[in-house]
Design a protein around this ligand. Structure first.
Ligand SMILES: Nc1ncnc2c1ncn2[C@@H]1O[C@H](COP(=O)(O)OP(=O)(O)OP(=O)(O)O)[C@@H](O)[C@H]1O
Ligand SMILES: [Mg+2]
Length: 150
């Protein structure tokens, strides 16, 4: 294995253990960290994340206990909070919280979601193409159907 990151030191030989989890000689990229409670599993995993980041590997963490926030903040990572009250969303068809307009009245959340989805679809479909040459026919009726089915 020519590449890899430091995973630890062998207990007996004291030689460094350097592993590239994406090496093609492995059957898959999975890794399980198993050890007694309080023995350093989280510490090891965070250290591994930092070492992999330095090596150029993206690290995504599902973190229900919010314990990786300081690590993510230290490396300029993006923290996505998934909750009904959160402004962040993974599903582009999720309803957005309505903004109050200049007159203080709240806009229709469905209409706002449709506008957001339409904008994203136009952006995706026109990426790399000449917008003038590409005919994109998106109507709010199409998106209303998508929104209802999700
Ligand atoms: N190599 C290390 N050097 C210094 N401190 C460490 C090391 N490994 C773990 N610790 C410290 O030991 C404590 C327990 O570590 P950690 O939380 O990583 O254990 P854990 O196995 O994830 O625990 P749990 O089973 O509760 O999730 C923490 O305070 C951590 O900072
Ligand atoms: Mg832990």
């Amino acid at each position: 294995m020519e590449r890899g990151v430091l995973y630890g030191v062998a207990a007996q030989s004291q030689s460094p253990i350097i592993i590239d989890p994406f090496d093609t000689s492995f059957l898959n990229y999975s890794l399980a960290v198993i050890a007694p409670a309080g023995s350093g599993k989280s510490y090891f995993t965070k250290l591994l994340a930092l070492r992999h980041l330095v090596a150029g590997t993206e690290f995504l963490v599902i973190d229900p206990e919010d314990e990786y926030r300081p690590v993510a903040e230290a490396v300029g990572g993006t923290i996505v909070r998934l909750a009904a009250s959160s402004p962040h969303r993974l599903n582009p068809l999720d309803l957005v919280a309505p903004d109050s307009g200049s007159d203080g009245a709240y806009a229709d959340p469905l209409a706002q979601s449709i506008a957001v989805v339409l904008g994203r679809l136009e952006l995706l479909l026109c990426a790399g193409a000449d917008p003038a040459a590409l005919q994109v026919s998106l109507t709010s009726t199409n998106v209303r159907c998508l929104t209802r089915r999700s």
